[in-house]
Design a protein. Structure first.
Length: 112
């Protein structure tokens, strides 16, 4: 039976491979979407109108930050471009990073 340390290393390696595959497939999926939008002359506003309500809610952003609050990025995955400002519930990719050796700190953006 493998040790905890060995299993953690395997998990980290498998997570990295899974993320690489996701990024590759995501790029291919986006390319297909762009091709279909071009072929059928579909605009982004038409896509937005067709989105289910739960997806629209997930993509909406507030018009302006509250006074005294900034919307700066605290964590960024440079491979996928995903970002999190460090406030509120952490997204899944941050929670997954917490389970790895580097933790979420490997994604922290320096505030120079």
């Amino acid at each position: 039976m493998a040790t905890y340390k060995e299993l953690t290393a395997q998990l980290q390696a498998l997570s990295a491979k899974a993320e690489e595959a996701r990024v590759q497939e995501l790029g291919e999926a986006i390319q297909k979407i762009i091709e279909l939008m071009t072929e059928y002359d579909i605009s982004l506003s038409e896509i937005n109108k067709a989105l289910p309500a739960k997806l629209k809610a997930a993509t909406k952003t507030s018009s302006s930050p509250k006074p005294g609050k900034t919307k700066g990025v605290a964590f960024r995955d440079s491979v996928t471009g995903r970002e999190w400002n460090g406030h509120g519930r952490p997204p899944a990719w941050v929670l997954e990073a917490d389970r790895t050796a580097g933790g979420r700190e490997q994604y922290r953006v320096s505030q120079d």
